[in-house]
Design a protein around this ligand. Sequence first.
Ligand code: SAH
Length: 363
Amino acid sequence: MKNHTDEIVGILRKEMLCHGAVSLADYMKICLTHHKHGYYIRNNPIGIKGDFTTSPEISQMFGELIGLWIAQIWIDHRKPKKFSLVELGPGNGTLMADILRATKMVEGLHSALDIILIEISPFLQKVQKKILKNFPVTWKTEIKNLPTQMTIIVANEFFDALPINQYRRKSGQWMEVMVTLKDLKKLASKEFCFQLMKTDKRILADLKIEEGCTVEISTVMRDVIHYLSSHIQENSGAALIIDYGKEGNVGDTLQAVYKHMYSNPLTSPGQKDLTSFVDFKAIKTYAEKTGAIVPNLTNQGDFLRSLGIEERAEILSRGLNSSALKLHKSGLDRLINKDAMGNLFKVLGIRNENSPPLIGLET
Ligand code: SAH
């Protein structure tokens, strides 16, 4: 029986033999979310045994403070009797479980909640079902048809996993970065390489960048942001996006991670996490086009500090034995220290134009 990597290689080869090459976005989409063999579809990539660790898995404080953020937004919206709490790409469900535990004491909040998880992976949906078994949750594989009511959306490390196209300026022309077989003529060839292909896509016409530079554009991200911002504009509410990224689309930021180490994105397709730096400037632009308000980008360290993570850490540290205390302190440090995730990870809020300012993001 063929393994998943062989299957993915077969699918990609067929496309490449047919069309010469596939775009980077198509390559990422097939590797990550092919309905049978994709990386997210049949794997649990998150945690020590997986390929990467995320903030909710590092410390419960992350989800608790996001719970506080959500509670404050709900209160600021005058505690609507019903509202949707939507999470994009919930992974192991740890963030949502911590949010729900932390908001249990907020009177009326849980009875107002419609929890909606957007998760493409049946494997991870099962993991989420287990940890959230005591809560009424609806699953969707795509963000669409959300209920028409106040909506709060959270997304941690979701947008970095969306496919991107890459374009490079070469000899005064725009080229698209494609993926193809190293030796198209060899029947048995299974090794992939990048290839530049001339393109005249209209979105590139107004971009001014230097010779040799690369720009990254995600049309999937654009569509998700357009939908969620329009939804917030029409129904009130807010979104909280946390991810690593930059403000702008210049640079080649594609990366592959396998067992907590950087790896070659073109080998063992479907076995590795493929991500890129999220372009927060593009998110802001797409969201503002709908009339939504997008406060200035903040970093994760400042955001969590402003919500009181140091005070929470101090309370939780009481009564811990020395090894638990060490782990607790290192978790805090990883989340907020500028040399760890504190600065690399950014936080962007989006809100309805008539909503009150967002706690932790607007003064
Ligand atoms: N938010 C989690 C997991 C981040 S990993 C955490 O912080 O731990 C990315 C998550 O997004 C996974 O749950 C993955 O299955 C999901 N995902 C990736 N691409 C997706 C897509 N196109 N649609 C829906 N979910 C997706």
